[in-house]
Design a protein around this ligand. Structure first.
Ligand SMILES: O=C(O)CCC(=O)C(=O)O
Ligand SMILES: [Fe+2]
Length: 186
């Protein structure tokens, strides 16, 4: 499923499908299983703090049909409804880099519930360890916003810094003295 999605993204971005699939086909897949116990004061705690996934794509299964995922759009948190037999697909930071900011990785968090426990399984699709990611769609008219980086170094940064909003992606940006692009959403 993830490879089909990567193929569609490549087509949409006018990147060679082989190039994108080549990065991800022998890539590192990781899984995070989360268990959120019920909490009598859910407004005082956070299940999983706000972050964007460092992956290319994340496919999320909300195992026991309990809602709790929220996504941030235009600075506002929106709950994600549970749809039976459906997966949630989140765009990760790597797709934002590869698309040179055309696609935005989604900032999300998980809340907890006062009565019910919640379980989720996230599968992260990452490029191969020795692969290089770069803003492939950049051009003279669309200058690169992000640095080229080998996945090994990308992961080193991710796993040695705190998990906080889109701060990892921010560190991948090419520093600029110009004001940010007004069409950018963050
Ligand atoms: O439990 C969830 O709904 C979100 C999990 C998640 O965002 C993650 O594991 O990165
Ligand atoms: Fe996540």
């Amino acid at each position: 499923m993830a490879m089909t999605l990567f193929g569609m993204i490549a087509g949409n971005l006018n990147i060679e499908v082989r190039k994108l699939k080549g990065l991800f086909e022998d890539g590192m897949e990781a899984i995070r299983m989360s268990y959120y116990p019920p909490c009598p004061s859910p407004e005082l705690v956070v299940g999983l703090r706000p972050h964007s996934d460092a992956s290319g794509l994340t496919i999320l299964n909300q195992l026991n049909a309990v809602e709790g995922l929220q996504v941030k759009k235009d600075g506002i948190w929106f709950p994600v409804s549970f749809i039976p037999d459906a997966f949630i697909v989140n765009l990760g930071d790597i797709i934002e880099i590869i698309s040179n900011g055309l696609y935005n990785s989604i900032e999300h968090r998980a809340t907890v519930n006062s009565e019910k426990e919640r379980m989720s399984i996230a599968v992260f699709y990452n490029p191969r360890f020795d692969g290089e990611i770069a803003p492939f769609t950049a051009s003279q008219l669309n200058p690169p916003l992000f640095k080229n980086i080998i996945m090994e170094d990308y992961f080193k940064d991710f796993f040695t810094q705190s998990f906080n909003g889109k701060s990892h992606l921010e560190r991948m940006k090419i520093p600029t003295t110009h004001p940010p692009n007004p069409s950018s959403t963050y």
